[in-house]
Design a protein around this ligand. Structure first.
Ligand code: HEC
Length: 194
């Protein structure tokens, strides 16, 4: 697995990808092209989603650092949270998560997802990527496997046995373990219809 740069990776946990256009007195105001503004909007929606999940994950790890109760929480609510978040967005944009090595089959990647993620790994790309699709666009935000992620996505031998037991119970075919610190973990995808 590919090692990602630590400093930019730190920004990804909070999804703090700041794509706003900065201006100073010497340059004329910059207008975004239509595609650029679609991308900026998609990244904002992705960040909104990450910022919804992150505090829940972090407070569950604080309450139980083994990750055992976090496993219950994630398995019970990750899909619902995603659905609820999407309900609040306009119908032409949808957010989801996927990975090459996935935990929940509901997050299984399609061919385009796989191509983009393989490309991200090969090029060590850690910035969002926008792809034109048949009926719109997709924006992919890569995620690094940071320290807190290791609790549930690290080496099974290093995880708390109770957490491992929960993984085996909920996801007998789990592929999303064995990641090392700063490995490429997966992506948050925004699908935009235009
Ligand atoms: C408390 C345990 C726990 C922690 C900590 C955790 N995850 Fe997960 N993760 C899960 C579970 C359980 C799922 C499957 C839930 C679902 O999506 O239905 C999951 C799913 C995912 C998915 C969706 C693709 C897939 O594998 O199904 C991604 C991407 C992901 N996690 C990334 C991360 C990242 C990045 C971190 C660290 C910031 C992290 N996870 C921390 C338990 C955890």
């Amino acid at each position: 697995m590919n090692k990602l740069l630590i400093i930019p990776a730190l920004f990804m946990l909070g999804g703090c990808v700041n794509q706003s256009v900065t201006q100073n007195n010497n340059t004329p105001p910059k207008t975004l092209s239509q595609e650029e503004s679609i991308k900026v909007d998609a990244i904002n929606k992705i960040n909104g989603f990450v910022n919804l999940i992150k505090p829940l994950l972090m407070s569950s790890l604080k309450a139980d650092p083994t990750g055992e109760s976090g496993m219950d929480m994630c398995s019970a609510s990750a899909q619902e949270l995603t659905k609820d978040y999407n309900k609040k967005l306009s119908s032409d944009i949808k957010i989801r998560r996927t990975a090459l090595k996935y935990r929940n089959v509901l997050n299984k990647p399609d061919n385009m997802d796989k191509q983009v993620m393989n490309q991200m790994i090969a090029s060590k790309n850690i910035s969002p990527v926008m792809i034109k699709t048949k009926n719109g666009y997709r924006v992919y935000q890569p995620l690094a496997n940071l320290q807190p992620c290791l609790v549930c996505h690290g080496d099974m031998n290093d995880m708390n046995p109770k957490t491992v037991a929960k993984i085996k119970k909920y996801y007998p075919k789990d592929l999303a373990n064995g990641f090392k610190l700063n490995d490429f973990r997966g992506v948050v995808v925004a699908e935009i219809k235009k």
